[in-house]
Design a protein around this ligand. Structure first.
Ligand code: GLP
Length: 270
């Protein structure tokens, strides 16, 4: 696992943008696994501002609330179209987001898994992390071998996500989510976490035991994971200084260097 610690969320985002942009340029038909939440917002805006060619890119989103239609302002459909897809030249049939209104949820989940396989698997899976350690909507106690399915949200997650819905009562109780097993099949997992609020969850994911009680810890089983953190999110890592040295002493050819301020105006490659 590579842990990249940057002074700010903006700086960490720009290193991640460079990684994603590099993949899209090198593999114009790449399959991307995408996440929602506040964390990847800037990444999407900056990536869109690069005006890359997305015509052959395929995307699969991690999750969607059950009972929430695509037009709902808090749906992950709305989030993705507003913050990324409407800003790039992606082909609509190449976009896949779980259907929160699916009548036959198990049937839908099976189909979603099949679509991922048919696309050739996910090249890069973007992830955020919940304060309870969830990835996608795989809450604590999710099987580390789980596949795309319906899952119930914990009180903590509903409380955390109340900020988007206006109140906790309005947050749905269920979601469709890719499973941990599904996520671990991606060729590269990229986790972003910013802010002090995530420090505990991040430390447990990277340095704690691998346990279903902390779903993000399953990433320790994956051979290629990159974690982008700002200082506050890295605060509780025991080996913080070691990760920093690993990154600083990397040979140049291995390094993803940050890009600066793209979505507003000018592109500067550092
Ligand atoms: C939600 C999403 C996750 C996301 C998490 C963190 O629960 N299902 O995929 O990683 O929230 O969100 P935020 O980035 O807003 O902290």
């Amino acid at each position: 696992m590579e842990v990249v610690i940057q002074p700010t969320a903006e700086a960490a985002t720009m290193v991640a943008v460079r990684l994603l942009a590099g993949l899209i340029r090198q593999k114009p038909d790449a399959v991307l696994g995408l996440a929602t939440g506040a964390t990847p917002l800037r990444l999407y805006w900056e990536l869109a501002a690069l005006k890359l060619d997305w015509r052959r890119i395929k995307t699969f989103n991690l999750d969607e609330y059950v009972g929430v239609g695509p037009e709902h302002p808090q749906s992950y459909h709305s989030f993705m179209w507003k913050n990324l897809f409407n800003r790039v030249n992606i082909a609509k049939p190449n976009v896949h987001i779980p259907d929160g209104l699916a009548k036959d949820i198990p049937g839908f989940c099976k189909k979603y898994e099949k679509q991922i396989r048919t696309a050739g698997g996910i090249d890069l899976q973007l992830l955020g992390i919940g304060t309870d350690g969830h990835i996608g909507f795989n809450e604590p106690s999710s099987s580390l071998a789980s596949r795309t399915r319906i899952n119930m949200l914990t009180r903590q997650t509903r409380r955390d996500n109340a900020r988007f819905f206006g109140s906790e009562e309005r947050v749905p109780h269920h979601a469709i989510t890719m499973g941990i097993g599904t996520i671990l099949e991606s060729r590269h997992c990229v986790l972003l976490a910013f802010g002090k609020r995530k420090a505990r969850a991040v430390a447990e994911a990277i340095e704690g035991p691998v346990t279903a009680m902390h779903p993000a810890s399953a990433l320790q089983l994956h051979p290629k994971v990159t974690v982008f953190l700002d200082e506050p999110a890295a605060a509780e890592l025991k080996l913080k200084h070691y990760y920093r040295r690993v990154y600083d002493y990397k040979p140049d050819w291995q390094k993803e260097r940050p890009m600066r301020l793209l979505h507003s105006s000018i592109l500067v490659v550092l």
